[in-house]
Design a protein around this ligand. Structure first.
Ligand code: PCA
Length: 161
């Protein structure tokens, strides 16, 4: 028999899409598709997580081996939600994405399992970006005093990243 096998898909979110953060509503709005919280997780490799641009956007910089093991949340998502997230994240103009191994943490039954999850990265960046503090988790209202600035602008045109 032909036909496409739909395998389970996950997204790992580390920034404004997390619970309690300014873009979380994208994941809960069912007109965007479906997302179900799976658990908290941590990326198995180190990457720099920085807050940059005049909009104070959190970026996971695509430089494996530098930075920290970044903590976030894993969601089971459908194709429609992935497409909606791509709109928010201005993929592929601003962020790229790829599937990376995420270790599930916390006290759910799945804790200790590793899932491949779509994660948004900044691939095209100025080297100075790496001199910013490297976080291991993100909160818009953290002690860094760089709260996220929601904007309708084309963020990919920001010349300060
Ligand atoms: N949104 C995505 C990437 C960075 C951001 O703010 C996320 O939360 O993972």
């Amino acid at each position: 028999m032909g036909g496409k096998v739909n395998s389970i898909m996950y997204a790992f979110v580390y920034g404004t899409l997390k619970r309690g953060e300014p873009n979380h509503h994208w994941l809960t709005d069912t007109t965007n598709g479906f997302a179900t919280f799976t658990g908290t997780g941590v990326i198995q490799s180190k990457y720099p997580l920085v807050i940059a641009s005049r909009y104070n956007i959190p970026f996971l910089v695509d430089k494996e081996g530098t930075g920290k093991n970044v903590h976030g949340e894993i969601y089971e998502i459908d194709e429609q939600m992935l497409a909606s997230l791509d709109v928010l994240e201005e993929y592929p103009k601003l962020y790229t994405r790829r599937e990376v191994p995420i270790l599930l943490t916390g006290d759910s039954n799945d804790s200790g399992l590793v899932k491949q999850a779509w994660t948004y990265f900044l691939t095209d960046f100025k080297p100075e970006l790496l001199t910013l503090p490297h976080l291991d988790s993100y909160l818009s209202n953290g002690s860094h005093n760089l709260p996220y600035v929601a904007s309708e602008d084309d963020l990919a045109d920001a010349n300060d990243i």
